[in-house]
Design a protein around this ligand. Structure first.
Ligand code: MF3
Ligand code: CO
Length: 248
C-alpha cells in the first residue's frame, strides 16, 4: 500500500528532513583527511539528539550506528569505526536520517576527502546528476518506471554501473514503505505516482561493474570488482506539477 501524505504530514516531514539537510552541511565540513568515520557518527548522533530527533538507522535490524559511512569501493552501509580514518583522495558516502515527531527523513551524499582523482569526481557528479535526471520525470500521474529508466540511462551513458541489489523506497511514518524505487527499469512501467507520495530516491553508482557483495560484518556492501562507488539520496514529495525535495 502506498500512503498519500496530507499537507499537515508533509509539513512534519519537512521538519525532519530539514534536520538531516543541516547535518549534511556540518558533516561536509568535517569529512577531511584525518577524521575517523566514528567521529562523524558521534557528531550526527549528538546533532539529532540536540534537536529532539531519533536517529532512524540506529538499531534498525540491529544496525549499530547513526550514519552509514562507506569509503571508496564500499557502496552503502559502511559501519563507522575509530579505525577507519579518512585520507586524502578518498571518497566517503554518508547516508543518514532521523525520526522527528514520528516522521522519517533519509538522505545520502558522497563527499571528496581532500584532493580526489578526476574520475572519482566524475563518478560523484554523475551520481548526483542521475538523481536529478530521475526526479525531472516526476509528477502526478507518471509511471515510476519513467524515473528509474531516466536514472539508469544517464548513469550508463556516462559509462558507469547502476547497483541492482539495493533500491530506493517510499518513506513516511516508517523509513521503508512502498513502493520500491529501483534505479533501473523501463519507462512506462511500474506504479503510477500521485501527489502526496513520499519517496527516497537514491542512485548507487559504480565506476565499474554493478555487482556488489556484503562483507562478513553482515552490513558493508562493496563492489565485487573493487571499483569506486557513490551514493546520492533525497526524500521527495510528489506534487501535481513535479516534486518537492525535502532534504536539499
Ligand atoms: N537509509 C538506508 C536506505 O536508504 C537504509 C540504511 S540501513 C540501516 O534505505 F540499517 F543502516 F539503517
Ligand atoms: Co533510503
Amino acid at each position: 500500500m502506498i500512503s498519500i501524505k496530507s499537507a499537515k504530514q508533509i509539513q512534519k516531514m519537512r521538519e525532519s528532513c530539514k534536520l538531516t539537510k543541516e547535518l549534511f552541511e556540518i558533516l561536509e565540513e568535517k569529512a577531511k583527511p584525518g577524521v575517523s568515520t566514528l567521529e562523524l557518527d558521534s557528531i550526527a548522533y549528538n546533532f539529532y539528539k540536540k534537536h529532539g530527533a531519533t536517529p532512524n538507522f540506529l538499531n534498525y535490524d540491529g544496525y549499530p550506528a547513526t550514519i552509514c559511512a562507506s569509503v571508496n569501493d564500499e557502496v552503502v552501509h559502511g559501519i563507522p569505526s575509530a579505525h577507519k580514518i579518512l585520507k586524502d583522495g578518498d571518497i566517503v558516502s554518508i547516508d543518514m536520517g532521523c525520526i522527528l515527531d514520528g516522521w522519517h527523513s533519509d538522505a545520502a551524499r558522497t563527499f571528496a576527502v581532500g584532493k580526489i582523482s578526476a574520475e572519482a569526481q566524475r563518478l560523484i557528479d554523475v551520481t548526483k546528476q542521475s538523481f536529478f535526471e530521475g526526479i525531472n520525470k516526476i509528477r502526478h500521474g507518471v509511471k515510476l518506471g519513467d524515473v528509474s529508466a531516466a536514472i539508469q540511462e544517464y548513469v550508463e551513458s556516462n559509462g558507469f554501473g547502476v547497483v541492482r541489489d539495493l533500491v530506493g523506497h517510499g518513506i513516511g511514518r516508517s523509513m521503508h514503505e512502498d513502493p520500491s524505487v529501483p534505479n533501473f527499469g523501463r519507462a512506462g512501467h511500474g506504479v503510477k505516482l500521485a501527489a502526496g507520495m513520499a519517496l527516497a530516491i537514491e542512485p548507487m553508482v559504480t565506476a565499474g561493474d554493478y555487482h556488489v557483495s556484503v562483507l562478513d560484518d553482515d552490513w558493508t556492501v562493496v563492489t565485487d570488482d573493487g571499483s569506486l562507488a557513490a551514493h546520492y539520496e533525497n526524500t521527495v514529495i510528489v506534487t501535481r506539477e513535479g516534486c518537492e525535495i525535502l532534504t536539499l
